[in-house]
Structure formats: structure tokens, C-alpha cells
Write a protein that binds this ligand. Structure first.
Ligand code: SME
Length: 172
């Protein structure tokens, strides 16, 4: 487990690389999107001690609905015009927020969260299917290394792999 205050950038990057290797090995041959999200949340939450809430919100019917996560109970649904998660969907790029309390429209599911990173999740067809949201109790916990590490994991797990077609999503 990596403790944020004690590691340098290289150690953090190595931890992301180890997590990527572990996740891709565990998910080999697994196409189910929820199983992949559950595995990513679990491995990441166990790898970094400064991850207070780690999980996914999935695009469902024009809003974000909570998916697999590790952490305290979270808001179930987020409209796309709200929160850091909604802002990430609107701009289509990762957002790193050093102090959530000064971010306009931030949704405080848990007041202990102080900083946050949200990464868009694209499928192989180029559809934005979810966001990966990580909160920390520390102010300014996330930086470039976290953004790059999380984006690489999301790309490897959800974008580089064939995903179920829409019919399979809807009907299993
Ligand atoms: N803070 C997020 C809401 C989700 S929770 O952090 C789990 C937001 O502002 O979108």
C-alpha cells in the first residue's frame, strides 16, 4: 500500500504500474463491465492509502448512476449538470480538484472528502460509458502521476478491450 505523504513520484508511478499488471491479469477473458469495475475499485482502494472513496458512476439514461465502489455510502444518481463527475462528462477530460470545498457545484457525498480526481471511461466504440471517481481525505492528494496512472488503467480495461454491444448491455 502506498502512503501519499511518504512516496516520491517514481514510487507512485510504480505502484500504478503494479496495479495495472494485477488488474489486467485478473480480468483476462472477463467481458462483463460491472465485474471489471468492481475489480478495478478493489485493487486501487487496496493499493493506495490516500484513496478514501474509489469507484464508478455509470452513464444510464442521460445521468450518472453509482456503480461498483469501495468506501462510505455514496450518492446514487448525479445529473450531468452537477458535481465534479458531471463536469467530467461535460468536458470529456479528467478533472483533478485539490480542494473540493471551493469547486462550484461539488456534491459532498461524504464531508470527509477533501480532494478528488474524476477520469472519463470510454469504451472501444468511443462512447463515454462511466467515470472513475477517487476521493481523498487529504487536500491536494492527486496530481499528474495519479491522472496518468488512472487514465492508463481505465484505457487498458475499458477502451482497449472489446466491450459488449448495446443489446448485451440492455438484455444481458
Ligand atoms: N463528489 C462527487 C460526487 C460523488 S462522490 O464523491 C462519491 C461530485 O462532486 O461529482
Amino acid at each position: 500500500m502506498v502512503e501519499n505523504s511518504r512516496v516520491n513520484r517514481d514510487e507512485k508511478a510504480e505502484c500504478y504500474q503494479r496495479a495495472l499488471v494485477e488488474i489486467t491479469a485478473m480480468l483476462e477473458g472477463e467481458r462483463d463491465e460491472v465485474a471489471r469495475m468492481a475489480t478495478v475499485s478493489s485493487v486501487l482502494a487496496g493499493a493506495f492509502d490516500y484513496f478514501y472513496w474509489t469507484g464508478f458512476y455509470r452513464m444510464q439514461g442521460g445521468e450518472l448512476v453509482v456503480g461498483p465502489y469501495q468506501g462510505t455510502p455514496a450518492c446514487l444518481r448525479i445529473a450531468l449538470d452537477r458535481g465534479i463527475c458531471g463536469a467530467t462528462v461535460r468536458c470529456g477530460e479528467s478533472l483533478v480538484v485539490d480542494n473540493v470545498h471551493v469547486f462550484p457545484g461539488h456534491i459532498a457525498c461524504d464531508p470527509r472528502s477533501r480532494s478528488e480526481i474524476v477520469v472519463p471511461v470510454w469504451d472501444a466504440a468511443g462512447m463515454l460509458v462511466a467515470v472513475l471517481d477517487v476521493d481523498s481525505e487529504q487536500v491536494g492528494a492527486f496530481g499528474d502521476v495519479d491522472r496518468e496512472g488512472l487514465e492508463r488503467i481505465v484505457a487498458a480495461v475499458f477502451t482497449a478491450q472489446e466491450t459488449p454491444c448495446q443489446e448485451e448491455r440492455d438484455w444481458g
